[in-house]
Ligand binder design. Structure first.
Ligand code: GLN
Length: 495
């Protein structure tokens, strides 16, 4: 179904529904995520969990990776069982309950809450992203800019989350901040329900429904999974089974990458695709690889850059000390500031020369992200020499990283929605969201080299990441995938 054209900045009115729902969901996600490590490492007297930094970092990595990993089953459930509209609705409800549980002060409720947020986000995140693209026909030129607007919603939401949860954490206590995330998601759910008709039936039903028998089996598998999950969580929480989060995090990095490869191969070889769909899927693979590499570097934001802000940055401006967490929100701030500029830039380049395709934009994204790490390399030299650097260094780094993100990330979402066959829309977005997950884990493993006791080594970390992004860039430029992407785009232009 083709939604109307005049609803939201010249886009289908359903974009407004998805924009605000995702905005509030991200408010709750990032608001809560900002608290996580701080809460886990705070002492029991301070109301925290009193965990070591290493354990907290591993749990944080496992959490963010699992959130995005669950997008895979989440996308599948929408394509084959319930459709995107219901997936977003129930996903949102589960997220909200998760945050409510987190607001209850107890160690048990903390882990149960996290599990609920993981399950809910898996249902919501890939499907809401896929639904944006479903509002445009294949020929519709507004798709890219629709995703750019949607991406802006993501970041307006995250900045609200940082501000509100950051404030409540400092002034009212942890559990008010967790509670605020629940309220944010509740507002998102109300907005969604109220404006659901604007979606004009997009993703109302599963795109490729299972037979009744298949449905029965699938639901049994889902219930069995939830039972196993509950039992495992119970055993771990009561201490019956002792697990080491750091070891698990290492296995998970390998496991998730393997699952990505297997899932992709399964769709490619067993998905009954025709020749052109197969070609598109190969092009999509490049989009995914570029994305995983990009986030592996970028996600230092939550880990080593965060610590760099805390320990090696002179955060005093006059008599005011800039809180460490504020540096995180620079990313969202720059996205909101720069998005309109980028929208105009692509259109202007397109008018004057030729519209830059996804491949070119992704390459720029990687180069600019890499250059941010060159800046970090120099900043870290000062740290290694025992000095604190001016805050502008990190501002410059976040600026470059955000420019890179704007070249690569919203465009990638658009490319996924364009290149994935409709009947796999949710699942392919799930596969794509899995690249966030892989990026987060690799980034965490890289950040493991950030050792405050071994400051001289820190510049090397950033040099490694720079080299890593340049190598990936060179390999992908040499690969034939770029041509596949360009070929597809040319064909679309000619049509
Ligand atoms: N900020 C983007 C979002 O929340 C991308 C997240 C990511 O880690 N890749 O959708």
């Amino acid at each position: 179904p083709q939604a109307g054209s005049d609803g939201f900045f010249g886009h289908p009115s359903g974009l407004k529904t998805l924009f605000f729902t995702e905005m509030w969901e991200r408010m709750s996600y990032y608001g809560m995520r900002m608290l996580l490590v701080l809460f886990m490492t705070a002492t029991l007297q301070e109301g925290g969990l009193g965990l070591t930094v290493a354990s907290a970092a591993a749990i944080y990595g496992l959490y963010t990776a699992s959130v995005y990993f669950m997008g895979l089953p989440g996308g599948w459930i929408s394509d084959r069982l319930i459709g995107g509209q219901k997936a977003v609705w129930y996903g949102g409800i589960i997220i909200m309950i998760g945050h409510i549980v987190l607001a209850i002060p107890s160690e048990y409720s903390f882990f149960i809450g996290l599990i609920l947020v993981i399950l809910g986000t898996g249902l919501l995140k890939p499907n809401i992203g896929a639904m944006v693209g479903m509002m445009y026909s294949d020929e519709d030129k507004r798709r890219d800019s629709g995703y750019a607007i949607y991406y802006m919603g993501i970041n307006i939401g995250s900045i609200i989350g940082y501000i509100v949860c950051g404030y409540l954490m400092e002034n009212q206590g942890w559990h008010y901040a967790f509670g605020a995330a629940a309220v944010g998601m509740a507002i998102g759910l109300i907005a969604y329900k109220k404006t659901l008709p604007d979606l004009n039936g997009v993703a109302e039903k599963p795109a490729n429904p299972m037979t009744p028998k298949g449905q029965k089996i699938s639901w049994s598998v889902i219930v069995a999974f939830l039972v196993v999950l509950t039992i495992t969580a119970g055993l771990v929480m009561t201490g019956t089974v002792v697990v080491d989060p750091i070891t698990i995090a290492e296995y998970v990095a390998v496991g998730f990458t393997l699952i990505f490869v297997l899932y992709y191969a399964a769709i490619f070889f067993l998905g009954e695709l025709n020749g052109s769909e197969k070609k598109r899927l190969l092009a999509l693979l490049l989009v995914c690889i570029a994305s995983a590499c990009f986030w592996s570097g970028f996600e230092q934001a939550g880990s080593s850059l965060n610590l760099f802000a805390r320990d090696y940055t002179d955060r005093m401006i006059g008599s005011f000390e800039v809180p460490t967490g504020w540096f995180q929100s620079l990313n969202s701030f720059f996205i909101i500031l720069l998005s309109p500029f980028f929208a105009a830039l692509w259109i202007n380049i397109g008018k004057r020369f030729v519209s830059p395709g996804y491949g070119i934009k992704a390459a720029f994204g990687l180069i600019i992200m890499g250059s941010g790490f060159i800046v970090m390399f120099f900043a870290a030299q000062y740290a290694a020499a025992g000095m604190k650097v001016a805050p502008y260094w990190l501002v410059a780094v976040y600026f470059l990283h955000t420019v890179g993100e704007l070249c690569l990330s919203p465009v990638a979402l658009s490319a996924v929605s364009k290149l994935a066959p409709r009947r796999f829309a949710g699942q392919m977005m799930g596969v794509f969201v899995l690249t966030y997950s892989i990026g987060n884990i690799i980034s965490g493993l890289l950040a493991g080299n950030f050792d405050p006791n071994n400051v001289e080594q820190i510049p090397n970390l950033y040099a490694q990441i720079t080299v890593f992004s340049i190598v990936i860039l060179l390999i992908s430029l040499k690969s034939r995938f770029w041509e596949t992407v360009t070929e597809e785009e040319n064909k679309e232009k000619a049509a």
